[in-house]
Design a protein around this ligand. Structure first.
Ligand code: AMP
Ligand code: MN
Ligand code: MN
Length: 331
């Protein structure tokens, strides 16, 4: 089913404006989304390394620290959670709206700067002055790769590895419905440029800390499966009881739930350290969760979307679950 947001693809004119903005700028603040995933980190670092080969100063930034599993990526420690200094361009990566740039983007400091956006979410709000939004690619990393090809930037292993990490993360190692022949072609280019595919799949997708498994276990224990909707909650209290070190994320629970035969839609409600509830949603083809995420101020793709709401947990569950039921009933 096509999303109700239809088709989004940057035009040749958008690309030319993007290239011009990059050429004109010297000091770039590159920001990826809060609670960063592999595509957020990978496209941020790929972009950063590439722009540096063009002689730009680039500060890569994200409100929240990246997960330790990405330690194999060069430049990971350079990602700032606070920034200062003068810039002449803000680049928003893998982020569908300004809010997703979190506390890094400060209107009083950065409001006068042009914003250039590279994103693949169909819910993108076009918050940039120039927006390279391509709804049908599987990862923002593929859009950064297109940029590098247009700019004829040589793709070093240092650039290729984070970009392949982005592609592998958002496709769950080429298993999502968003994976196209073009995604495979991009992966081939990045492998040929020196990105180690198997290492990346293992580190970014397959292996995980044991604590994740414990979160998973508790989440599975409280999962409800009702008429094709699977949903579970992970509270801060639960994390404390388990004595967990990591204070974010669902341990991959939502993917486990959507991969059950019975589920048409899966949702996990996770209380974050700030006490807000992060809702992570997945759906089978034919069911669009991006519209529900958008209704609640979030965003995403038809088969994978999310939103963040003030707690308490029970209120959020009571608000979101009926909307997900409606998507199932109306399909
Ligand atoms: P997640 O469930 O966190 O893996 O996110 C699934 C998709 O929805 C990703 O493409 C996210 O970027 C997007 N997403 C998740 N949470 C939000 C949010 N609060 N606002 C906008 N987009 C979101
Ligand atoms: Mn992302
Ligand atoms: Mn992405």
């Amino acid at each position: 089913m096509m999303s109700s947001f239809g088709y989004k693809r940057a035009s040749e004119q958008d690309w030319q404006q993007a290239e011009q903005l990059l050429r004109q700028s010297k000091h770039i603040l590159a920001i990826t989304h809060v609670s960063p995933d592999g595509d957020a980190i990978g496209s941020l670092l790929g972009f950063t390394h590439a722009m540096r080969t063009m002689g730009k100063t680039v500060i890569p930034a994200c409100q929240d620290k990246p997960q330790l599993k990405f330690a194999y990526l060069s430049g990971l420690n350079e990602i700032r959670t606070k920034v200062n200094g003068n810039f002449d361009l803000v680049v928003g990566i893998d982020s569908s709206d300004l809010k997703r740039l979190g506390s890094i983007y400060q209107n009083d400091l950065h409001g006068h700067l042009p914003i250039l956006v590279f994103d693949h979410h169909i819910t993108n709000s076009y918050y940039g002055n120039v927006n390279i939004v391509i709804g049908e690619v599987a990862s923002a990393a593929e859009i950064i790769l297109q940029l590098l090809q247009r700019l004829k930037i040589a793709i070093s292993p240092e650039i290729a590895s984070p970009l392949l990490t982005g592609l592998v993360s958002d496709t769950q190692a080429f298993r999502t419905s968003s994976t196209t022949a073009d995604s495979m072609a991009a992966a081939m280019i990045l492998m040929k440029a020196g990105a180690p595919l198997m290492e990346i799949i293992n580190k970014a997708v397959v292996t995980q800390p044991f604590d994740n498994i414990r979160v998973l276990g508790e989440g599975i224990r409280n999962t409800k499966m009702e008429d094709g909707l699977a949903y579970a909650t992970i509270s801060r209290k639960l994390r404390q009881e388990l004595g967990l070190k990591d204070d974010r994320g669902d341990g991959g629970l939502v993917s486990v739930l959507i991969n059950t035969h019975e589920a048409k839609i899966a949702a996990v409600f996770t209380e974050n350290p700030e006490g807000k509830i992060e809702v992570s949603m997945r759906s089978r083809p034919g069911y669009d969760v991006s519209q529900v995420a958008l209704e609640f101020g979030g965003g995403g793709h038809a088969p994978a979307a999310g939103c963040t709401l003030p707690g308490p947990m029970r209120d959020v569950v009571n608000q979101v679950v009926p909307q997900l039921r409606r998507v199932i009933a109306e399909a």
